[in-house]
Ligand binder design. Sequence first.
Ligand SMILES: Nc1nc2c(c(=O)[nH]1)N[C@H]1C(S)=C(S)[C@@H](COP(=O)(O)OP(=O)(O)OC[C@H]3O[C@@H](n4cnc5c(N)ncnc54)[C@H](O)[C@@H]3O)O[C@H]1N2
Ligand code: MOO
Length: 481
Amino acid sequence: MTPPPPPPHRYPMLPMQDAVDVVLSRARPLPAEEIPLSSALGRVLATDVVSARPHPPFAASIMDGYAVRASDCPGSLRVVGASRAGAPMTSAIASGACAYVTTGAPIPPGADAVVPHERCEKILDDDDDDDDARAPARAVRVLDAATPGLWTRAIGSDVPGGAVVLERGTLIGPHEIGVAALAGVRRVLYTGPHTTATLRVHGTPKLALASTGDELVDVGVASSASSSPNEPPRLGEIYDANRPMLAAAAVAAGVGVDDVVDLGVVRDDPAALARCVAAALDANADIIVTTGGVSEGDRDHLKEVLSGESAACVAAGIAGVVRFGRVAMKPGKPLTFAEVRRTRTDSDGRDADGHVALVFALPGNPVSAAVTFQLVVVPTLRRMLGWADPRLRRIRCRLEADVRLDAERPEYHRATLRWETPCAAPPGSTGRQISSRLSSMTGADVLLELPRGPGTARGGSVASALVIGDLRAAAIQLARF
Ligand SMILES: Nc1nc2c(c(=O)[nH]1)N[C@H]1C(S)=C(S)[C@@H](COP(=O)(O)OP(=O)(O)OC[C@H]3O[C@@H](n4cnc5c(N)ncnc54)[C@H](O)[C@@H]3O)O[C@H]1N2
Ligand code: MOO
């Protein structure tokens, strides 16, 4: 006789794609703010940046040499002045004359071309000394014919005036900062007073972080049981890896260092957990990330606290709704997503501030916490930061060796990218994939998206993978050729 099927679980297992859709549907880009260029790295433009003026703003020389009238060349010309970068010559060049010019300097009026000094012969008087070959002469013989525009950059040839040089939604890196600076950034398209050298970008989220678990010891801090930070941990105690790891992951994803609110280690107690959520709301956190306490044990209280079902919620003044409580994924099955708010009311009985925080209650196993953070928290942060496409980037790669599939859940297998040709690069898999082995995350460039089993994904077959590492540091260097 086959045993009866287990009763349906309160939280059905959501496919991962649906879980990402749910969290993204609850997150909004944060309101725009104006910041100086110097702090724009990693932020996302809320408005287009329009060049305040053409670049170059004047016809400029591309070479050190002589500004000439093209119709005079070849021929002998009097040098009547000099136009240098930062010290332009404003008087006109007549026929038969030319001006010494340096790279980047404005072309004087009347001139329409530049001849590099290497293509000119100096005409020296008896009393001229010519120690410095680069110094201007009083007269030169231009050896070649010239055409108008030769060795010059026309006004606006790099950037026309009024052109959009950076589009809203652009992630700002060092080169975008350079482009914005060159454009003067004064004419940023927004309705408000113009401010020099500022950019209009989306705000950055505030993220509150807690590790939950009676067994946890804050690294460098005494556990509640131990008397001194210098004492060795007692039996059953575990160093808290998740909080330092996820604080760094949040900063790597674009949260400001000062916008990570450390809620510490919280005990497996509904009242303590509810107070922790209340503290995060009072700190105005947009996102609350916890780890641990979301599975099936008798000390796993987070789901009841986040759904507002625990009596402790009334005392702490919080209410919440759990949007999903399990996801069909390995590792990370108990991943829980909720929205919480304060239940304080004003004198009219309305919600005091209406602030709602998104809560990601990640599983406690460090790998499960790390993988779920990448898969759902990172896209949420990107959406709040204003990314045009907040989802993780997906690539195709070829499996180096057979991988056994999990019979129950699609698996996110941590892997290192390497180039296909023989090279001394690390192997594809980061090794044993159990969710407590955090070393399987170190050096991982991608999460291979392996389907649910049965069976095996064959070595040599193509698999999709989500990028979680910095590919600039990946072992995908081609041999020099
Ligand atoms: N009967 C069932 N038991 C479990 C199930 C299930 O479906 N039925 N799911 C398993 C899965 S999958 C996972 S993942 C874990 C997740 O459990 P929790 O989220 O409740 O996490 P904890 O029990 O609190 O901790 C799990 C593990 O990780 C260690 N841990 C926790 N926090 C940290 C930290 N900050 N730093 C380092 N290590 C940490 C903790 O000591 C445990 O070893 O549940 C399974 N159980
Ligand atoms: O899903 Mo749990 O994260 O297997 O270890």
